[in-house]
Write a protein that binds this ligand. Structure first.
Ligand code: SF4
Length: 177
């Protein structure tokens, strides 16, 4: 479990609290179970695609963002970037990296695995690697992530992933016909 000595250094533009940091490390440690829950949730959201379509994805955005923010802020210290990669990064949110690196660590990781900007904090990518090792689809950590689209900040990743998965499914069905 997390090192009790951690104090947010305020050296990084990312404002964090000790409590959220503690839960964040717990989530990485339990990445295996969280991956199962994530897959089940994604499945349910996809099943609900006709419902989202009926009420309109745009209209669903506000309440879903509220729920998503509540859950993910608590579990992952989520920054609501709107393009979640948690399932590819061992349940360690890369937006907690002071440099917001989404494709692995910078060259400044300390010998003890901590961040060069926040010496008290383990590098989010060291944590990501640990978390990925527990996950069924842990090899996703090798995926190259596209650059962050800042225009999506504050939007729901859950709904975006759902509409993308539904579109993909439609294409597959179209090909099969
Ligand atoms: S990757 Fe983005 S959406 Fe996912 S937990 Fe981090 S800030 Fe939140």
């Amino acid at each position: 479990m997390p090192k009790a000595a951690y104090q947010p250094s305020k050296a990084s533009p990312v404002v964090r609290s000790r409590a959220f940091y503690t839960v964040r490390l717990w989530s990485v440690k339990h990445s295996k179970g969280l991956e199962v829950i994530y897959r089940a949730l994604a499945h349910v959201f996809l099943k609900l695609h006709p419902f989202w379509n009926f009420i309109g994805y745009r209209r669903a955005e506000k309440p879903v963002v509220f729920a998503e923010k509540f859950v993910k802020s608590f579990l992952f210290d989520c920054r609501m970037c709107g393009q979640c990669v948690l399932s590819d990064t061992g349940m360690s949110c890369p937006m907690n990296c002071p440099k917001s690196l989404r494709n692995g660590p910078c060259g400044g990781v300390r010998a003890n695995g901590n961040c060069e900007v926040e010496p008290d904090m383990p590098c989010v990518w060291v944590e990501a690697w640990k978390g990925s090792q527990n996950m069924a689809q842990g090899d996703n950590i090798f995926k190259v992530q596209p650059p962050v689209d800042h225009s999506l900040k504050g939007s729901s990743s859950w709904l975006r992933a759902t509409s993308e998965a539904a579109a993909e499914k439609n294409v597959e069905n179209g090909v099969a016909k």
